[in-house]
Design a protein around this ligand. Structure first.
Ligand SMILES: Cc1cc2nc3c(=O)[nH]c(=O)nc-3n(C[C@H](O)[C@H](O)[C@H](O)COP(=O)(O)OP(=O)(O)OC[C@H]3O[C@@H](n4cnc5c(N)ncnc54)[C@H](O)[C@@H]3O)c2cc1C
Length: 381
């Protein structure tokens, strides 16, 4: 029987479903993707785009074409509410769409209220396309008047952003001061060796790292710290951690402690078996999962199988997350820091390895004509 599958958000966890969408269409099902725009930016290469290693076209998926070329429907907009009883989604455009099965990959955001900021001159590092705005801003202002740049948050994202702001500034010329407010400590969830390597890499380029201090409020060019000091800035980026999108809570769908849709081992809502999800927007019931793309990527084949199974009344497949995963930090100086458990290694080869993995991921899911992985470095945006 013909059914309607709706994908909400064309993020990292939906790549396989979008790539193999014609399998669903061939079996007689309708498939729609709801997404705020035609592109999805790959976060793994986001800091590299900020630093000018990649151009915007090299780090984005044309999700609209991924869906339309394979017989699906693209609906531009954002889902703001789920009526799980009536199986309807309400969009910010006012449109309502009915589903038999829906899958959420709506990701997460960096709440600015965590640092008492109101926006304007403080930008969250997600969505990743914000980093494009930072590139442009630096191009306009840095060579003429110099800039004081502030990064708030000392996790992996904050470290990569600080290192790549430096790279962008090196290319543009002009006087730059980069300060990273790390909170309790830099890379607190990593091994001491990773922390030391990252600290050394950033400080030797003149990036000031402040540990044991938090931003209490920020706005109008001034950050107030919890040690009583104030810090002037021209542009601040917030990388203080992420929170899943609020639609589930607003729709009375059961959520986990982080506010993500609570899902069982089949990536299926614990209350509504026709709702699925993957990536940062879910809370995995069996064990907490870090908000990293690694899990979103691993969930791809399971979501593909389980969405098909849900449409065709077939048995579901379990998702078994790996315990340890590898992260390679793009430090912005052509080097990477590879971290896996207690292992910490640094070098140009580590960045080249990351670059190879990331380009391969882009190539695997990109529609034809959208990506030329040999495309030269673009630094003019
Ligand atoms: C700077 C930075 C660098 C990172 N680097 C790495 C890395 O190297 N390796 C790694 O493993 N992890 C990395 N991460 C973590 C990684 O970004 C996330 O874990 C990953 O983005 C999760 O993917 P996702 O598809 O769930 O969410 P997202 O990438 O946030 O995608 C969600 C999608 O849903 C859409 N959407 C949102 N709301 C709605 C709505 N209401 N309706 C419809 N569509 C909606 C969005 O437009 C977006 O396209 C990094 C994070 C940051 C901030």
């Amino acid at each position: 029987m013909k059914k309607h599958l709706i994908l909400v958000g064309g993020g990292h966890a939906h790549m396989t479903v979008m790539q193999r969408l014609d399998d669903f269409v061939r079996r007689g099902h309708d498939v729609s993707l709801v997404s705020p725009g035609p592109y999805h930016y790959y976060s793994g290469m986001g800091p590299g785009m900020l630093g000018g290693t990649y151009g915007p076209r090299q780090v984005r998926f044309h999700v609209r074409r991924m869906v339309e070329d394979r017989g699906g429907e693209f609906i531009e907009g954002e889902v703001v509410q789920i009526d799980a009883e009536k199986r309807k989604l309400r969009l910010d455009t006012g449109q309502q769409v009915s589903y038999n099965v829906a899958s959420f990959n709506t990701g997460s955001g960096v709440p600015l209220e965590w640092i008492g900021a109101v926006g304007g001159d403080v930008l969250p590092v997600k969505p990743i396309h914000n980093l494009l705005a930072v590139r442009r801003e630096m191009k306009q202002r840095l060579p003429r008047q110099g800039m004081k740049l502030l990064v708030v948050g000392g996790g992996a994202a904050g470290v990569e952003i600080a290192g790549n702001l430096w790279r962008r500034a090196e290319q543009l010329g002009g006087r730059v001061e980069i300060t990273l407010i790390a909170g309790t400590r830099l890379l607190g969830r990593f091994s001491p060796k990773v922390r030391n390597l990252a600290r050394e890499s950033l400080t030797k380029r003149g990036i000031l790292i402040r540990e044991g201090v938090h931003v209490r409020s920020a706005g109008e060019g001034r950050a107030v710290l919890d040690d009583g000091n104030e810090l002037p800035y021209d542009l601040a980026l917030s990388a203080t951690g992420v929170q899943p999108s609020g639609i589930f809570r607003a729709s009375q769908i059961p959520v986990g402690p982080d506010g993500g849709m609570l899902v069982n081992a089949y990536l299926q809502s614990v209350a509504y078996p026709e709702l699925f999800g993957g990536g940062d927007c879910i809370s995995f019931q069996e064990q907490p999962l870090d908000k990293v793309g690694v899990y979103a990527v691993r969930e791809n084949p399971i979501l593909y199988r389980n969405l098909m199974a849900a449409l065709e009344d077939q048995p579901q497949t379990r998702f078994s997350p790996q315990k340890k995963y590898m992260l390679i930090l793009n430090m912005g100086d052509g080097r990477g820091i590879l971290a896996k458990g207690a292992v910490a290694l640094q070098g140009r080869w580590a960045f080249r390895f990351k670059d190879w993995i990331d380009r391969r991921f882009m190539k695997r899911f990109q529609v034809s004509g959208e990506l030329d992985s040999s495309e030269p470095v673009i630094t003019d945006a």
